[in-house]
Design a protein around this ligand. Structure first.
Ligand code: FAD
Length: 393
């Protein structure tokens, strides 16, 4: 997404841009839900992607208890969209001739005034600038700053997106239309509606975004990264290879812990998957003629639902700096000065919200925040709310 945003904004200021994507097939079918923060909507409008039919609007957020009774609520209109939808509309801003699938970055050489980028298929491209928008495990960053590594937060998420049509009538009536929280000790379950495949927004054809945060230390995570065939993976296991005993244990826990309406949604997930949570920040996000954007530049825990908005903001700031400075290197310095601190702030804010789970509470502030977030109402006030960055301005 940060790559597509960058291409859109750089083309607006007259640059020739090509996007190189490792995957050899179009990226579709990812079920993740995305919170429509004002910054994201603004970036989508400014990029030319627009916000038409972006997602589903929820009127409020609420928390429920084990019996499914509402414990607290807040009116808050939010548009909830999906990764698929954003990918589609951003992808449409790029001329297909300049979007290249099946091109995996391998290495970059720099000579002070430009880059030579080598791809795994042996091809080489020359450019004034390389924008590294290749995610939290960025191979661009691994080359320019191999010492910088994401840090595991001590918890992970079980996720999935069941079809609306498979959910029970009580689930559809009681929680489906809202942003819903269930908050047992040291866990968070969050659910909200998202569009169906191919951005289907018709009632009955949509999906439900289910997220369940669970604590596991690094050793436990490593054990969870052994797949169904006994192969150890480094960071996460592709969904179809997640061990059956882990899925069975998750369902067993779900039966013991979750209210009926959330249990119904977890049981209807066709392919549950695991996402470990990491913090990543870098002391700088520009390395000569290589500029990092999106998760490759800074990756926050997903409690704010802000990764996509940050990707758009990084890309916008990069293009603005290049537009406002005649010299590319001065522009990149200005980009670094503007966005590196913002990335840091977002990651720190994510850590703050993550204290809810009671992992690695190091300071008095961590413990105070952890205490504050033990109330359902406080979580409704803090998690994935709009304009949280205003407090830091
Ligand atoms: C559980 C969870 C919930 C989230 N919820 C939200 C939310 O509600 N709202 C929100 O805004 N964000 C959310 N996010 C974050 C959001 O998904 C990311 O911040 C966003 O996708 C940033 O995108 P990116 O383009 O920087 O990286 P990515 O989306 O990771 O994209 C990187 C791209 O680079 C490609 N690539 C990788 N290596 C290479 C290579 N060597 N050569 C060529 N291409 C390569 C990959 O195939 C991929 O297409 C969530 C994340 C998680 C884990």
């Amino acid at each position: 997404m940060s790559g597509l945003f960058s291409a859109a904004f750089l083309r607006q200021i007259g640059w020739d841009v090509d996007v190189y994507e490792r995957s050899s097939v179009e990226l579709v079918g990812r079920g993740a839900g995305i919170t429509g923060h004002p910054e994201l909507l603004e970036a989508l409008e400014a990029s030319g992607a627009g916000t038409k039919d972006l997602g589903i609007e929820v009127p409020k957020r609420m928390s429920i208890d084990r019996q499914g009774r509402v414990t607290d609520e807040r009116p808050l209109r939010q548009i909830l969209t999906s990764w698929d939808r954003l990918q589609r509309i951003l992808r449409d801003t790029i001329d297909p001739a300049h979007y290249h699938l099946g091109r995996a970055f391998e290495r970059v050489e720099q000579d002070g005034s430009g880059v030579r980028v080598h791809f795994s298929d042996g091809r080489i491209e020359q450019a004034d600038l390389l924008v590294g928008g290749d995610g939290i495990r960025s191979s661009v960053r691994a080359q320019v700053a191999p010492e910088l590594q994401p840090i595991y937060a001590g918890y992970y998420i079980w996720r999935g997106a069941p079809n609306e049509s498979d959910l029970a009538p009580e689930t559809l009536r009681n929680i489906y239309p809202y942003f819903t929280f269930f908050l047992p000790e040291r866990q968070q379950v969050i659910g909200y509606p998202i569009s169906g495949f191919d951005n289907d927004l018709r009632p009955g054809h949509r999906r439900y975004n289910f997220i369940w945060y669970r604590v596991a230390d690094a050793d436990q995570l490593r054990e969870m990264c052994v797949d169904e065939n006994g192969v150890q993976h480094e960071h996460s296991v592709p969904p179809p290879l997640i061990r059956k005993d882990l899925v069975a244990q998750m369902y067993k826990d779900a039966r013991e812990i979750l209210p009926e309406v959330l249990l119904d949604s977890v049981l209807k997930i066709i392919q549950p998957f695991i996402t470990p949570i990491y913090d990543f920040t870098a002391p700088r996000i520009v390395f000569g003629r290589v500029a990092m954007v999106g998760d490759a530049a800074a990756n926050a825990r997903p409690h704010m639902g802000f990764g996509m908005a940050k990707a758009g903001g990084d890309a916008q700031a990069l293009a603005r700096a290049l537009r406002d400075h005649d010299d590319v290197d001065t522009a990149l310095k200005a980009y670094n000065a503007e966005r590196q601190p913002i990335g840091n702030t977002i990651v720190m804010h994510g850590r703050k919200l993550g204290t809810h789970l009671g992992v690695d509470l190091k300071t008095e502030d961590d413990r105070r925040m952890h205490q504050l977030l033990q109330s359902d109402g406080a979580m409704l006030d803090w998690v994935a709310v709009p304009n949280f960055l205003d407090a830091y301005r």
